[in-house]
Design a protein around this ligand. Structure first.
Ligand code: NUP
Length: 248
């Protein structure tokens, strides 16, 4: 008799606070404390190499158990399709609800990653253009093609730089209204709270400004207030309502 494998259903990203917290600490206890404290002010918690290399992949499940928001992993998958397939499966089996992956490796890898993610109902964010200055060197010239590919392959969305809000605007034009844009680079990297969302992003990814703060929960709360007052009277929020995304 064949055994039925139960695939866990992934939690879905819902734009409520419009903030994804990049919880890049290296200690699980600290991560759990911060995750619990900041949960009311974020739509998702994103985990990456700093925590997972220090604490192992079971840290994904541990954080997930402690909160109700979806857990994204940011391993920026960028391998040949066969290995990317295995990375994706291991990540999703560990409890991730969504992942980031690189687009520059080409459509065979991206297609494979999306295929695996879809089996878990998990979200895929394809990195079109990174937020650091060096991304202008090689990534920016191909970013728009990557975004187009991500759209055509049915990715949940893309990652675009909050450090360059005009680029976010351009990416929104390319991917249309039914794909997510998550924009890192707010705070420590110089991006201002709200700029990327006003240019058409759905979420701003914020890490150090929150987890390195003396009081991460209070800081996340203040960021939420700041974001709300910047968006007040401007274009509201659910992603399907992006009828226009001209500059505000
Ligand atoms: O282009 C990217 N830029 C970026 O900073 C793509 C990313 N995934 N990130 C991640 O976002 C980065 O790895 C970190 O987890 C987070 C930004 O954190 P911070 O600069 O707000 O501390």
């Amino acid at each position: 008799m064949t055994q039925t494998v139960r695939v866990p259903k992934a939690r879905q990203l819902v734009p409520r606070t419009r903030v994804i917290h990049a919880l890049d600490v290296e200690d699980l206890d600290k991560a759990l404390t911060i995750a619990n404290a900041i949960e009311p002010y974020v739509d998702s918690i994103k985990l990456s190499y700093p925590l997972i290399l220090a604490e192992g992949p079971q840290a994904i499940g541990a954080i997930k158990e402690a909160v109700k928001v979806p857990i994204l992993t940011c391993f920026k998958v960028a391998d040949i399709p066969e290995i990317s397939h295995r990375i994706m499966k291991a990540t999703l089996d560990a409890g991730a609800d969504g992942v980031t992956l690189h687009g520059f490796v080409g459509r065979d890898t991206v297609r494979e990653c999306i295929k695996v993610a879809n089996e878990y109902n998990a979200q895929t964010l394809v990195i079109a253009e990174m937020s650091h200055p060096g991304a202008e060197e090689f990534m920016q010239p191909v970013g728009e093609k990557i975004a187009e590919m991500a759209k055509n392959l049915g990715a949940t969305g893309i990652v675009a730089p909050a450090t360059r809000p005009q680029r976010v605007k351009r990416y929104r034009e390319i991917i249309g209204r039914e794909r997510i844009i998550a924009a890192p680079g707010v705070g420590s990297q110089g991006g201002h709270v709200g700029d990327a969302i006003l240019m058409g992003a759905d979420y701003e990814i914020i890490g150090r400004s929150i987890y390195q703060a003396k009081d991460p929960a209070e800081t996340a709360k203040q960021i939420q207030h700041q974001l709300r007052s910047r968006l007040e009277g401007k274009r509201p929020i659910p992603l399907i309502q992006y009828a226009r995304h001209d500059a505000v």
